[in-house]
Design a protein. Sequence first.
Length: 273
Amino acid sequence: MTARLPASLALVGAGKMGGAMLDGWLKTGLAPERITVLDPAPSPAIEALAKERGLKLNPPAGATVPQEVLVLAVKPQLLDEAVPALAGLVSPDGLVLSILAGKTIGDIKTRLPAARAVVRAMPNLPASIGRGITAAVPSPEVTPGHHVLAQALLAGVGAVEWLDDERLIDAVTAISGSGPAYVFHMAECLAEAGRSLGLPADVAVRLARATVSGAGELLHQSDLPAGTLRENVTSRGGTTAAALQILMAPDGLGQLITRAAEAARRRAEELSG
């Protein structure tokens, strides 16, 4: 089936991730007049965008109608608070697309009984520059048409991976959902290491940022596995090898990342229900 954008879409929650997705949809051609945004405290940027492009921002409750797509992008803890305003937006034939960490398809259907076709997705922050990665899983009621619609919306902010098992979404949250923060912290650590070695603070920050972003772009553009790229930088007995002896020790970076991801997955599980 050919990808298409919805005839009507309501976005509930226009924070960092919801706003990034909204930007992506507008760039891919979704007509602003088809979009309704519900956010109790919209940012000045969202208010300006709505005024400039003609988005419907926080219309009166009586003015809402069922939407072809309802996108849930509020904080997971605020879902119950948002539910009363959503009943008039749910169409039995429509699609509910949820990016709420920890909230299962069952959680969504319990709170929105009229919802049938639900796609649970986990995007990440690089969606804000069109370089995100989203994993998604459909409920059994999702039709091929719904699937194509969800693919078109999610692809507007980056790559998409489809899963068959919803239980894997919490692992996705721990890896790609939270992962950008791990990378940013790596840049912080590199800069701090540079300062500890005597580099001026501003130079250390610039070196760290350029190193992390440049290595990420090389990884993006290269077909080689990450391990091969690492080996290509590492000369036997050289400086990189000396550093990697520390990072690749049994209690080194690999173990720390695994423990961090496990903690993130546990928290995602705790947010469920």
